[in-house]
Design a protein around this ligand. Structure first.
Ligand code: RAM
Length: 893
């Protein structure tokens, strides 16, 4: 048994951590069945070699008898700023045998506010007339018209440093530079948070980038979320936080003689405009390469740079970026380039994606104007951009005249599969252009595959939807003038997101915005960070503030996130209760969107709302139990029982009917356990009848759809769930795929043969919400799940569910504890089931077979196979209890 995948605060080797009590985790792997950790020891030292030197350890837990390998709080000495800590874990297996060790490190950032000597600098608003980019006559202003800042500061070092760190951030988005080249590979830093509450700084190791003598620290800073366009409110389209971008940085240089030099943003910096004349996340970037400033970020004279202004002397609420930053994660080549005119081309990347282009131009002459527009779909061979609404998504490049010019707009992002490139000099080939995919660089931990290529395409579309919409915050969509952190979208998709990737730190960080956005009445909002919508959150929207912390506890064992959110979770439930003493949630429902984008099946809003009120209250009660808060646990248990009673009295008929009679009404009642036991069967029958009556079609919108296949499967109707999965007539998942979708559409009828495109007013082709079925693909089709009381996949429930048109399916997840896998295949009437259970976990595996007595593992009867703790025949097959290990069972299908 070996520990691997060591993490601190749910990240691998974080640089610049500011959590005073970080938590350490490791995963486990073993060849042997039944392996489990019985004890661990953590040691830590400031120098890596000292890990082998007991007298030089700064922390040694000694051997701790514990099966835990997740989120163990640092109890070494108080952490010092800007210090790297090396740590090692040793573990003992269930026999008490030392069984392996692994080591890693983390490094702290600036832990005390007083350590920041940097101040916010920017363009001096008094010294200059307002700059009105772009300079080209024929271009209307693409953004809020603040030309990006080119900032520089020259300084001397007496010698090469032994260690140097740059701590930097912006009110805006920035690219740090040092001695003529970019620092790091982060995109769109510092990301987007409730800036008035928190602005994240990034930490860069720049030791190798400095030298004795003259050095230049520089940065380009653009509007970003700070002062650029965000959201869709025409009354306040941009400048949500400030008028113009600002920069703050502190370079800390340690020299060999033990001395330290700090270079912070101050009034010694100078500023200029440069080649990037304008940049906006939604509008696009405008570059005029004739305005390049050669050598501006290298030592040497830069005469016409102007002094900056100090715009704020207080650094403000700076926090270290706690999760994986945004990066270019992959590059996609064009699959086709079509000429559409003398210098106009349409490029197809074959995949709806999010990011920007990189374009190479050859042998240009100065002043050629190349314009790149983006779209998700084509109509009559041309870009369909109406659905982008006011997002212009247009990048412009004016050439300087060189043998080779590379154009890559870094302060914007677009959602697109197609780009139109006009003004391109010469012949554009696939080799001249790539699409660079940009998103938070999450560890991709899950995989699913099955025998049906259309279902695999659905799975791929779900993944691309997640990549494209995990940019700084979980967004609804990445392309139009919106891109907001909509709470319902996030909560319905979050279970799927946890399957695909390690989203623990990403969501924990965004939840701070959700909590910061809570109003004084206790209401979470519809979006976080709060822009555009200034009301209390709607049912199923605001509830995300309760649902996602609970999901992070269940999936990752993150108790701290529950602790941090608990008061806000209680306040949300109390907000609803206070305004609805009858316990039906009818008042203070905000924008009450209902079952958003359902298909001709409006679920009564009070039914939907009250179901969510019950759900959130139940979670608060469960969270109180986890946190040892017995009094609140009892109080919210009782409240939940009363809401449930009120729901039944008001909405449930004696025949098991639920008010409204929609699929979603039944799904909420069944999925949230709101029906008396004796009415469950008839309610299921109503649900099934509705689906059948429509020719095996769904009607669910955002709120109902995550429950659809799971509830059917849970109640013995997996065949119908599969029928919905395979359905390819509108409305269905495969309808979009039959029409070429490579991401999940916002609407079931984004395009139909009968009506063409839905209204351009709201028709995104990259919205992950309806992709919430991904959780069921992993959980039931392949079969990976955990028991109700299990945390972080400690007690697995493996339920491979052969069905539909599939002959095989499998999934694996790199969970917080280790690898979990489950898959099945049927050949010649024989079912094969393969599973992997990580060390320390146990599993209940249900093998569906007509002959429970004939289940074998490696040719021995399953019941007697090593690692199998028990075998019990059931009506549906054989239920096995397994210890950790890898197994292959066969059974008659
Ligand atoms: C749309 C968003 C989002 C949804 C809200 C109600 O504008 O795209 O998906 O949650 O409306």
């Amino acid at each position: 048994m070996t520990p691997y995948g060591l993490q601190v605060e749910q990240r691998t080797q974080p640089l610049g951590l500011d959590e005073p009590h970080p938590r350490l985790s490791w995963r486990l792997t073993a060849e042997r069945r039944g392996a489990a950790q019985s004890a661990y020891r953590i040691t830590a030292a400031e120098n890596e070699q000292d890990l082998d030197e007991p007298s030089r350890l700064i922390w040694d837990t000694g051997r701790q008898d514990s099966t835990e390998n997740l989120l163990i709080t640092w109890e070494g000495p108080a952490l010092r700023s800007a210090t790297r800590y090396h740590w090692r874990v040793e573990s003992w297996d269930e026999r008490g045998t030392p069984s392996g060790r692994a080591q890693s490190w983390f490094e702290t950032g600036l832990l005390q506010a007083a350590e920041w000597t940097a101040v916010w600098i920017g363009r001096d608003p008094r010294a200059l007339p307002p700059i009105n980019p772009p300079t080209d006559d024929d271009l209307d202003t693409p953004g809020p018209a603040e030309a990006p800042l080119y900032l520089r500061r020259e300084f001397q070092l007496p010698s090469r440093p032994v260690r140097a760190r740059l701590y930097a951030t912006a009110r805006g988005v920035y690219e740090p530079r040092l001695n003529g080249a970019r620092v790091g590979d982060l995109e769109l830093a510092p990301g987007w948070t409730e800036y008035h509450h928190r602005i994240q700084y990034q930490t860069y190791d720049v030791t190798d980038r400095l030298h004795a003598g003259d050095n230049v620290l520089a940065a380009i800073v653009a509007d970003g979320w700070w002062s650029g366009y965000v959201g869709f409110d025409p009354r306040r389209p941009a400048r949500h936080y400030g008028e113009a971008p600002q920069f703050l940085a502190q370079l800390v240089v340690d020299l060999a003689d033990g001395s330290r030099q700090v270079m912070a943003t101050d009034d010694g910096w100078t500023e200029h405009t440069g080649a990037i004349r304008a940049a906006d996340l939604m509008m696009g970037q405008y570059v005029d390469a004739r305005h390049d400033l050669p050598g501006w970020d290298s030592p040497g004279a830069c005469g016409d740079f102007r002094p900056v202004a100090i715009l704020d002397t207080a650094p403000g609420p700076l926090t270290a970026e706690p999760d994986a930053p945004i990066r270019v994660t992959t590059e996609t080549a064009a699959v086709a380039v079509h000429r559409r005119g003398p210098d106009r081309f349409i490029v197809d990347f074959g995949q709806n994606l999010v990011g920007h282009l990189r374009l190479r131009l050859h042998d240009t002459s100065a002043g050629q104007r190349v314009v790149v527009r983006h779209a998700e779909v084509l109509t009559d061979g041309e870009l369909y951009v109406e659905n982008l609404r006011r997002a212009r998504a247009t990048d412009t490049f004016i050439t300087a005249g060189r043998a080779i010019e590379v154009f890559e707009p870094q302060f914007t992002f677009h959602g697109f599969r197609y780009a139109e490139i006009s003004g391109f000099p010469g012949e554009l080939t696939e080799a001249d252009v790539t699409a660079r995919v940009v998103h938070n660089d999450l560890d991709w931990t899950g995989r699913f595959a099955c025998s049906d290529p259309l279902v695999n395409q659905l799975y791929a579309n779900i993944g691309w939807g997640q990549r494209g919409n995990f940019i700084a915050v979980p967004t609804d969509c990445p392309q139009r003038d919106e891109r907001l952190g909509w709470l319902a979208d996030a909560q319905v998709f979050a279970p799927t997101a946890t399957r695909n990737a390690d989203v623990s730190a990403f969501f924990a960080r965004w939840l701070r915005d959700v909590v910061d956005g809570q109003d004084t009445d206790g209401a979470f909002r519809d979006v976080a960070p709060v822009v555009a919508i200034d009301r209390e959150g709607a049912p199923a929207w605001g509830d995300a503030g309760v649902i996602i912390p609970w999901l992070l506890w269940r999936t990752y064992g993150d108790r701290r996130v529950l602790e941090r959110c608990f008061t806000a979770m209680v306040a949300w439930v109390e907000h609803i209760r206070r305004h609805n003493p009858g316990l039906l949630w009818e008042r203070r429902t905000g924008n009450s969107y209902g079952d958003w984008l359902q298909v001709d099946a409006e679920t009564p809003r009070d039914v939907l709302a009250t179901a969510y009120f019950a759900r959130s209250t139940q979670i608060v009660a469960d969270a109180a139990v986890v946190l040892g808060r017995a009094e609140e646990a009892a109080r919210y248990r009782a409240l939940h029982a009363s809401i449930r009673r009120a729901f039944i009295d008001a909405y449930v008929g004696d025949d098991g009917s639920v008010k409204g009679g929609t699929q979603t009404a039944y799904l909420l009642a069944l999925g949230f356990d709101l029906l008396p036991a004796d009415l469950v069967g008839t309610a299921v029958a109503h649900l099934v009848a509705d689906i059948r009556h429509r020719g095996d079609r769904l009607t669910t919108g955002f709120v109902g759809v995550p429950l659809l296949c799971p509830v059917l499967t849970d109640h013995g109707h997996s065949a119908l769930a599969y029928a919905l999965l395979h359905q390819d007539a509108y409305p269905s998942w495969l309808h979009s795929i039959r029409h070429g979708a490579t991401t999940i559409w916002e609407r079931w009828d984004g395009w139909t043969g009968r009506d063409g495109f839905q209204s351009a007013a709201m028709n995104s082709f990259n919205h992950y919400s309806l992709g919430s079925v991904g959780d069921w693909l992993y959980g039931r089709v392949a079969g990976i799940d955990q028991s109700a009381g299990s945390v972080a996949y400690r007690e697995l429930i493996l339920r491979p569910t052969p069905g539909g048109q599939l002959t095989w399916a499998r999934a694996e997840q790199q969970t917080a504890r280790g690898l979990v896998a489950c898959g099945w295949s049927i050949t010649d009437d024989r079912l094969t089931v393969t599973v992997t259970v990580p060390p320390g976990s146990t599993a209940v595996l249900q093998i569906p077979t007509t002959e429970p007595g004939d289940v074998r593992e490696n040719d021995v009867p399953a019941a007697g196979a090593p690692g199998v703790l028990g075998a019990e025949p059931t009506a549906a097959g054989l239920t096995l209890r397994l210890t950790s290990g890898r197994y292959t069972f066969t059974a008659p299908a």
